[in-house]
Every structure is written in C-alpha cells, then in structure tokens.
Design a protein around this ligand. Structure first.
Ligand code: NAD
Length: 423
C-alpha cells in the first residue's frame, strides 16, 4: 500500500510497481535502507494545457510529466497521448523506465509524460498547438541534461519535432538532444524504429542458446505485427525459425510451415492488418495461446498472459516485446512449469538503448551508420541479458526478479554514494 497522499487503492499500476519493489527488497541487503527512494517519484508535475480549437473555442487538457528517478542521470521516457492517461499510470510508467535504464546500465533515470486526450479527435493543427503548449508548460524541467522525452502510445516523430522546435525557441538556439525518436534529418538516429524488435531477437537468441533451444525450425508465435512484433518475426525467420502463428488487431493466422514474413509485412502495410493474407488458415483469437510453439512473443498489449493462458501455453520461452504482457500470478505458474520469461525491462529495452545512442550522437553532433548502431545495440543487449541471467542463477529466481535486483542495486548504490543533502 502506498503512503503517498495522492495515490489511492484503485491506482493499480503504481501499486503493482510497489509490489514488484517489495518482492526484490529481501535481495538488497544493506541497500534496503535506501529503498524508499523508489517508492515515490522524485518530481511530479501536473499542468493545465489550454488550446484554441479550430472553431475558435478554448479547451483545457490535463498534462503530466513525472520524473521517478534522476539518481543515475537525466530522466528518460516517452510521452503518451491517450484519453485514459492519469497520474497513477504515468507514475508507474516512469518507475518502470527507471528500472529499464538501470538494467541496461544506461546513464539515465526514469521519467514519463502524457496528456489526457484522444489524439484522433484533434485536427493536425490542434495536435500541434496542444504539443507546443504542453512543451512550454513542462519546458523548465526537461532538457538534454535534465529529462529527455520520446514517443509513446499516441505520439510519433512529428510530435517529437514540435517538442524540439518549441523547446529550442525558448532557449534561443537549436537543442536536438531534448527529445529522442526524432526524424533522422532533425538529429534522429538510424536504426531507432527497428531497435526494439531487434532487441527482442538478440535477447531471445541469447536465452535460447542458454536453454539449448535450437532456433533452426523453432516454432514461433507472435502477438502484434507492428514495429516490434514484425521486426522480431523477420529476424527470427531469417535465422531459420518458423513463425507459425501471427496475431494482430485484425486476425489470427496459423501455418505449421511458417509464414513468409516479408510478404506478410508488405501485405499488412498495404491492408492495415494481416486479415485476408492468402497464406495459412484463420483461427480464433483465443487459440493463439494454444498452438504448438517453442517461443511466444507477446508484442502488442499489456495483460495478455493470464493465469489460465499460462497454464496451457506450450512455449518453452516467452520474449516480452510489449510492456507488462504477463500478470504476476501467471508469472508464478510459468515459473512452476519451467517456462523461461525474458522480461520486458530487458527484452524490449532496444528502443531506449538506441534513444540513448540518439542522445549521445546529438550531444556530439556526430552520427553513426546503421551498422554501427546495430553493433552497439547488440553488445549492450547481450551484456544485459547475461547480467540478468547470472543474477537469476545466483539467487535461483526468475529473470524478472533478477532484472529488478540488478536495477535496484545499481540505483540504490548510486543513491547511497551520493548521500542525502544536506546530510
Ligand atoms: P505498433 O502500433 O507498431 O503495433 C502494435 C501491434 O499490435 C499491431 O500489429 C496491432 O494490430 C496489434 N494489436 C493491437 N491490438 C491488438 C489486439 N487486441 N490483439 C492482438 N494484436 C493487437 O506498436 P509497437 O511499437 O510494435 O509496440 C508494441 C508493444 O511494444 C507495445 O506494448 C509497446 O508499448 C511496446 N514497446 C514498444 C517499443 C517501441 O520502441 N516501439 C519499445 C518498448 C515497448
């Protein structure tokens, strides 16, 4: 239970984070005495964002930027535009960013922002005005050395370009390093769009090798065929695996021989989904979780692997491309069934890792080729999964618990060494 006055019992996302922190506390020895620093955000900003609509009326929107931890460096985390955005959710998402950057050992803390709005109901001009006013409201707490936003649900590289431009106008000079996920000709990084899917693949290969699971002809099921799912599927298929089942918002398709992934990708782009693709057969949404598979890649939504699905899932390895796809009680079942889960805070950290590279390149005004980016990405992802694996062996715990132990130790060691001002 939270002891923050602005958090209530219904605020499940934040309470889930607190529960995860409780679970790792026994592994933190004398660093335990600093644990409370993770149980409250460092800084929470709620802003009113008024804009003039195209019809001349004025509307007010609620915006947030939460910096959960700045202990290891500037805040890092996306900005979400969604009608359900609220303080509790933004706090939890910012805390998970703290964990993710620490697992990857990136020199960042964790942050997240958002506006309570359905962006689809705004015209492009209204969306731009909303973004620019929101940026101006949070501008004094963001910056390349303070907190660096990025895209999340409902925002994209155009929104990042407006944030960069608005922030730069206030500073009187161009500051590309204030956001990541920008268009490439505005200081964005090559390889950013495919980075998360690539990270899923790289950590997956490493995990498979440790489990003696051969990728050649391994059967893979992928939920979500967007940025993350399609890229991971493409790389696995290129390595000889058979992607036998693919699900997106439009359909669930099955083919025991494995899909032609490039063809499916082209089809999905043209038709905004995989429904109607001529290869394979259509199966029901729920049957996705029952098909014969070696590797399952949930890469669409949170809360997908329920207790019941965990009991029946045939996979040996789960690669969490999405954030939070597995319920905690399902995690326990998977553990008891000997199914390995590479958790989201490692598996899908390729995006924030290349965001880090984007920030480094912006600061140096020197840009790397896509090959250089991919090599650096692979190196950091392999290091992270190996660090987590070793920790899990040492403590005989799941990779998720191990990732949290690793992250909390890094953050709390930094906290301890910095001391408490004024002492
Ligand atoms: P995306 O919008 O490109 O693709 C999402 C995919 O999920 C689409 O194929 C869509 O059809 C599918 N989908 C939507 N609703 C579905 C449903 N009810 N059932 C099955 N499939 C459904 O998004 P993305 O960038 O690929 O992100 C996917 C997940 O990965 C999200 O949870 C996101 O938070 C997480 N993630 C993404 C990144 C990144 O860099 N893109 C980084 C970390 C985590």
């Amino acid at each position: 239970m939270s002891n923050l006055s602005y958090i209530h019992e219904k605020d499940t996302a934040w309470l889930t984070f607190l529960e995860q922190i409780e679970r790792v506390t026994p592994y933190l020895s004398d660093l335990k005495e600093h644990i409370d620093v993770l149980k409250r955000p460092k800084r929470t900003l709620i802003v009113d964002v008024p804009i003039v609509m195209d019809d001349g009326t004025i509307r007010h929107f609620e915006g947030y930027r939460v910096q959960h931890s700045l202990t290891r460096g500037p805040g890092k985390g996306g900005i979400r535009y969604h009608p359900d955005v609220n303080l509790n959710e933004v706090m939890a998402l910012s805390a998970w960013m703290t964990i993710k950057t620490a697992v990857l050992n990136l020199p960042f803390g964790g942050a997240k922002g958002g506006i309570r709005v359905d962006p689809k109901t705004l015209s492009p001009r209204e969306l731009e005005r909303l973004t620019r006013r929101y940026t101006s409201e949070i501008s004094y707490i963001i910056g390349p050395q303070k907190d660096i936003p990025a895209p999340d649900v409902g925002t994209n590289q155009n929104v990042m370009a407006w944030i960069m431009d608005t922030y730069s106008s206030g500073q009187g000079h161009t500051v590309t390093g204030v956001v990541t996920g920008k268009p490439v000709h505005l200081g964005g990084s090559l390889g950013r769009v495919k980075a998360t899917g690539r990270g899923v693949f790289v950590t997956g290969l490493e995990a498979a090798q440790k489990l003696n699971l051969h990728i050649q002809n391994a059967k893979i099921a992928v939920q979500g065929f967007g940025n993350v799912g399609a890229e991971a599927a493409r790389l696995f298929a290129e390595s000889g695996a058979k992607v036998v089942c693919v699900q997106d918002h439009s359909a669930t398709l099955y083919d025991s021989n494995g899909f032609d992934i490039p063809a499916l990708q082209s089809y999905a782009e043209i038709h905004s989904g995989i429904a109607g693709f001529p290869q394979g057969k259509k199966i029901s949404t729920d049957d996705f979780w029952q098909v014969e598979m070696d590797i399952c890649i949930p890469a669409a939504l949170e809360g997908q692997i329920t207790l019941e699905r965990a009991q029946n899932l045939q996979a040996k390895l789960i690669l969490e491309g999405a954030n939070g796809p597995t319920y905690p009680e399902a995690d326990d079942i998977l553990k008891s069934r000997g199914i390995t889960v590479v958790p989201d805070v490692v598996c899908n950290a390729g995006g924030v890792t290349v965001s880090y590279f984007e920030w480094v390149q912006d600061m140096a005004s020197y840009f790397w080729s896509e090959d250089e980016i991919n090599q650096r990405l692979d190196k950091l992802m392999i290091q992270a999964i190996n660090d987590v694996w070793t920790m899990a062996e040492q403590h005989q715990c799941t990779l998720r618990t191990a990732a949290y132990i690793l992250a909390c130790r890094r953050i709390l060691t930094a906290r301890k060494e910095r001391g408490v001002f004024p002492g």
